[in-house]
Design a protein around this ligand. Structure first.
Ligand SMILES: [Cu+2]
Length: 387
């Protein structure tokens, strides 16, 4: 294969910033209805400093795997230019009309479709499935509700006709005088209350074979897949959470806070500020997402055609399974942790912010490079102040 000068994508921003590029999973906001993506190879730095060959969708020329946000019912236009030397495609499982089966090297293709009912989707390269998806050609496609209100007027992330009574009851209980959920209701159009955990994995041996020009048989990828790196929104371990001083607008890094990739992952807020977390798995390994401090309410999943559906029972869980291509929205209630008695709340000896870990219970996923712990699919959330 002919090698070109690839883009360099540093895991924490350092190397990329040197060539004037941001590494954010940039957000394309829902006021847009037209998106121009480019498929391009890149060298990506992983958490332990290892560089691997990857493929990414870029928004414009510099943002890998952008989070695309649209509003239900809108006509969406997506143009994809393939700058790789191999054929690729574009698809959003669950939205059949958004498919571009194949785009030849150097070609540009285009698809127009109507955004369906609100929900969390993945966009992927369906060509040579699952090979190209695993090499990095995936991202989140979020459909926001136009209103999303329950009959009682509580805001939810889901379209009215698709809401189940159980989901409505939960959002109506938030901040509505129910002693279990003191504080505020959930608020839409506020990304502090709307987080994304897109899990994936990398097998560097597979990436190296593709980089060397080998025509890998996609049918054999799954059986031979040995994941050694585990990412959330492309980041691992330390890089998935905001660290004091590292990401404020007054420091000398290249981020403004809105554009901070760790900020899209890490929930941060006060007691009584419930937060939606859109969890999805673009990889080939199973994940078992486990959170400390609060239990999460399961809000949605996907049906057999990968369409989004609201939960019939909003179980309170501290662990939920995320199998490959699964998408599950959960609500982190930001309430007093259930094991702290009311008489001891707010705590006097332990200062705010209270920080709680999220780690995957699929133990392999906590490491990087086959051994470095905890540098995998692990992050934390924080409660900054009591009610
Ligand atoms: Cu734990």
């Amino acid at each position: 294969m002919k090698r070109r000068t690839f883009m360099q994508i540093g895991a924490a921003g350092g190397a990329a910033a040197a060539i004037g590029m941001k590494t954010a999973s940039g957000i394309a906001r829902s006021s847009d209805t037209e998106f121009a993506l480019t498929i391009s190879p890149a060298n990506t730095e992983l958490i332990d400093g290892t560089w691997v060959y990857t493929l990414s969708y870029f928004l414009g020329s510099s943002r890998p795997s952008p989070e695309i946000r649209v509003t239900e019912g809108e006509e969406i236009s997506i143009t994809v230019t393939n700058k790789d030397t191999q054929t690729h495609g574009f698809a959003i499982p669950g939205i059949a009309s958004a498919t571009i089966p194949a785009i030849e090297p150097g070609a540009t293709a285009h698809v127009v479709f109507k955004a369906p009912w609100a929900g969390s989707f993945l966009y992927v390269d369906p060509y040579k499935e699952p090979l190209n998806r695993i090499l990095g050609l995936h991202g989140a496609f979020i459909v926001e509700a136009e209103e999303g209100k329950t009959p009682y007027g509580s805001e939810t992330p889901f379209s009215g006709p698709k809401q189940t009574p159980q989901v409505q009851a939960l959002f109506d209980a938030l901040g509505g005088g129910d002693p279990r959920f003191p504080g505020d209701q959930w608020r839409r159009n506020d990304l502090r209350r709307d987080k994304l955990w897109l899990f994936s994995q990398t097998d560097p041996a597979l990436n190296a074979r593709v980089a060397a020009g080998e025509m890998v048989d996609p049918a054999k990828v799954k059986a031979n897949f040995v994941p050694r790196y585990f990412t959330i929104n492309g980041l691992s371990g330390y890089d998935t959470a905001i660290h004091e001083g590292s990401h404020s607008d007054d420091d000398d890094d290249d981020w403004d806070d809105d554009d901070n990739p760790a900020g899209r992952i890490m929930p941060s807020g006060k007691e009584g500020e419930p937060c939606l977390i859109r969890t999805m798995n673009a990889g080939l390994a199973n994940h078992s997402v486990h959170i400390h401090g609060n239990h999460c309410f399961i809000l949605s999943g996907v049906d057999s055609e990968y369409r989004n559906e609201c939960a019939l029972y909003c179980f309170e869980r501290d662990v939920w399974q995320l199998s490959p291509m699964q998408r599950t929205d959960v609500l982190l209630p930001f309430k007093r942790p259930p094991d702290i008695p009311l008489s001891a709340w707010p705590p006097k000896d332990e200062p705010f912010p209270l920080r709680y870990v999220m780690h995957c219970h699929f133990e392999l996923s906590q490491t990087a490079g086959g051994g470095n712990y905890p540098q995998g699919a692990v992050t934390h959330w924080e409660m900054t102040a009591p009610l």
